[in-house]
Design a protein around this ligand. Structure first.
Ligand SMILES: O=C(O)CCC(=O)C(=O)O
Length: 300
């Protein structure tokens, strides 16, 4: 049994209500073409940028998620609502809501790894200046599939994908908006890496490129199979991509290359790190300071 997926690479402008209406129109179009699950890009109701998040933010439920709930119900499809700037209790989050075909919100995911990078002369972006990171995983079931959600920068963290694989996910969906610096080399590579090392499906959904925006998205919405193969991809214009998720494929790949029976967990046991010598150097949002592998340990 397969799940028909639609990945909506939509154009996003500065008018929030227009963005919402446009997303709903494209969801209807995808549903009419037979999609059972329709996924939107990161930050689809707002331009992407720290200066926009507060102005475009809203609570959940709010105008954006209520519109998506209605269209999910009208079209009887699952909707993965990309992400929006969410306001809650004085904080802002980058949040994805998921809607069932009856319009109910069945999952909510707040971006866990905030996009803070500095590539001198190319790009500096600090989401943590305005956003708070989420701390919860989000999975849901759609037909034969269990699906895990991450948002954009989250795809760089192999651990998140691995945890979702352990939770039984067949497909990981990453609404994202890579840029003209990291997109060309990293966007597809990261999707293939996460798919291949966990032997599952991965798809990443970008907004279409707007050359006049302050943040220029790479586009190239893509879906990758459990063999690491690109199933469907595109350039940077607005479009909807379709692909089928076949859970049986995971079984086949995992039988052919049985990584899950071959892991040497007893050799690479994880240990907690010692307390940082200088607490001021510990990273924001990294409240556990991570776990690290004890490289001196060996098992005879
Ligand atoms: O990791 C990257 O290169 C881009 C990440 C990003 O754009 C985001 O998290 O929104």
């Amino acid at each position: 049994m397969a799940l028909r997926l639609a990945l909506v690479q939509m154009s996003v402008g500065i008018n929030k209500m227009d963005n919402i209406a446009h997303a709903c129109k494209l969801i209807r179009e995808a549903a009419n073409k037979g999609a059972q699950l329709v996924a939107l890009p990161e930050c689809f109701n707002s331009p992407y940028g720290t200066k926009y998040f507060k102005e475009y933010s809203e609570p959940i439920p709010g105008p954006t998620t209520m519109s998506l709930a209605q269209v999910a119900k009208d079209c009887k499809v699952y909707v993965v609502g990309g992400s929006i700037p969410e306001s809650d209790d004085g904080h802002l989050y980058n949040t994805c809501s998921v809607f069932a075909p009856n319009g109910e919100i069945i999952a909510k995911y707040r971006k866990m790894h905030l996009f803070d990078i500095d590539v001198p002369g190319k790009i500096r972006f600090q989401e943590s200046e305005v956003l708070k990171a989420g701390n919860r995983f989000a999975t849901f079931n759609a037909g034969p599939c269990t699906i895990g959600i991450g948002i954009c920068y989250d795809i760089r963290f192999a651990e998140l994908a691995q945890i979702y694989a352990q939770k039984g996910c067949h497909l990981l969906l990453y609404p994202g908006a890579f840029n003209m610096t990291t997109g060309p080399l990293h966007w597809e590579l990261l999707q293939r890496a996460r798919a291949l090392d966990n032997q599952l499906y991965v798809a990443a959904i970008s907004p279409a490129r707007d050359e006049n925006a302050s943040y220029i998205a790479w586009g190239h919405t893509t879906a990758v199979g459990p063999w690491g193969d690109v199933l469907v991809t595109t350039d940077h214009e607005e479009t909807i991509l379709y692909t089928d998720i076949e859970t049986e494929k995971l079984k086949q790949v995992r039988e052919n290359i049985p990584l899950n029976n071959q892991r040497r967990l007893n050799v690479y046991t994880r240990t907690k790190p010692v307390q940082s010598q200088n607490p001021t150097t510990s990273l924001k949002n990294n409240d556990m300071s991570g776990y690290q592998i004890d490289v001196n340990q060996h098992v005879d």
